[in-house]
Ligand binder design. Structure first.
Ligand SMILES: [Zn+2]
Ligand SMILES: [Zn+2]
Length: 384
């Protein structure tokens, strides 16, 4: 089955520039966009590219404090890259407006789905899940995903929003903003905070007050691979979506879980992103009236990000695309990155497994799944 998908790409994404030596290179978004285009995916029936609206200050205020918004605005007029947090996230020149483009693209993606202009939507330039109400964190200035959930509550009066986060890092900003709110169920699958930034996202973090049971965390050990990840996903995500019956799914599609990514230690291959795209698309149709707003996120390897996102986008659109990557894109890739381009959409290499203790990893994955079932499933009245 193919469906309509609105894709929100904006050239101004390239100006979210945290500095030349920063790992968050915006060209990864451009390379994904060009790859989807050159494979013919964006020209298929049902695919559209509506313009991106700029987020307003009032929309930022749905989540962020006035003081923090003012601070970002003021520091963005300078060109000294002032730090907005401990040092990783800086107010680059024009950061205020460029971040509003990213937030605006996510809100445009929400509108497209909610107004019925498209079945699903995709903004590869968003996914700033670490930003908090009053501070930047982890390369994220304004939290487009949390703003999207608040926007869905205010403008569309939604009562049950499922926020699904598959980035290798815990979606701490979104979790914190909705920690006491049963109207947004946050579900984050990530590498354990014992090893990785931001050091949170443990199974016992289940919410507070009325929000108890509506924050779900599935932490995974380093070296989790495809079959272990997908089994854990299957054990936790479908029962929760089925029980919660969301009116929409807002998703953070970080692909820094891929084995070629240097920031995390999970070792997924493109097989996982194909399987996840297919399954999440199916779950959205089964339990959320098809409403799926998918947003990008982390992913720091030029070699893997463009491929993983293109595979994911093709799956939610219901199209098969060629595995062979066009030569024009390969040339463009080398021009932009200086690296030898991948020749195939799916991995031609496999992760190195010689050092990995599979039994130990498998045991830790099972432990984590069991703990989520013990702590959260009873709170959501799931009997599995
Ligand atoms: Zn669909
Ligand atoms: Zn990440």
């Amino acid at each position: 089955m193919t469906d309509s998908v609105a894709v929100f790409y904006d050239e101004r994404f390239m100006e979210y520039d945290l500095g030349a030596h920063h790992p968050l290179h915006q060209e990864r978004i451009l390379l994904h966009y060009e790859l989807s285009k050159q494979l013919g995916l964006l020209a298929k029936p049902g695919m559209s590219e509506p313009p991106v609206k700029l987020a307003t200050e009032d929309q930022l205020k749905l989540v962020h404090t006035t003081e923090y918004i003012e601070r970002v605005r003021m520091l963005s007029t300078r060109d000294d890259y002032s730090a907005l947090d401990g040092g990783d996230t800086v107010a680059f020149p024009n950061a205020y407006d460029i971040t509003r483009v990213k937030v605006g693209a996510t809100l445009s993606a929400v509108d497209a789905v909610m107004k019925g202009e498209a079945d699903h939507s995709w903004n590869p330039g968003g996914g700033l899940h670490h930003a908090h109400a009053d501070r930047a964190s982890g390369f994220c200035i304004f939290n487009d995903l949390a703003i999207a959930c608040k926007y869905l509550q205010h403008k569309y009066k939604l009562k049950r929003i499922l926020y699904l986060d598959i980035d290798v890092h815990h979606g701490d900003g979104v979790q914190e903003i909705f920690y006491d709110d049963p109207g947004v169920l946050t579900l984050s699958i990530h590498e354990t905070g014992r090893i990785l930034f931001p050091g949170s996202g443990f199974t016992q973090e289940t919410g507070v007050g009325e929000g108890v049971g509506y924050s779900v965390n599935l932490p995974l050990p380093p070296y989790t691979q495809d079959h272990q990840y997908l089994e854990a996903f299957e054990a936790i995500v479908p029962p929760i979506i089925e029980a919660y019956k969301p009116e929409v799914i807002v998703m953070q599609t970080g692909v820094d879980t891929h084995f070629q990514d240097q920031l995390g230690h999970l070792i997924l291959t493109t097989r996982s992103f194909s399987a996840l795209g297919e399954r999440i698309h199916q779950l959205a149709h089964l339990h959320a009236d098809g409403k799926l707003v998918a947003i990008g996120g982390g992913g720091y390897s030029f070699l893997s990000v463009p491929r993983c996102w293109t595979i994911f986008l093709a799956k939610i659109a219901g199209y098969e695309v060629d595995n062979e990557i066009p030569e024009d894109w390969q040339k463009f890739f080398t021009e932009v990155t200086g690296l030898k381009a991948p020749t195939h959409l799916h991995d031609t290499e496999t992760p190195s497994l010689s050092q990995v203790d599979h039994n130990q990893v498998g045991r830790l994955v099972t432990e984590s799944v069991t703990r989520v079932k013990e702590t959260v499933f009873p709170l959501l009245s799931i009997n599995k």
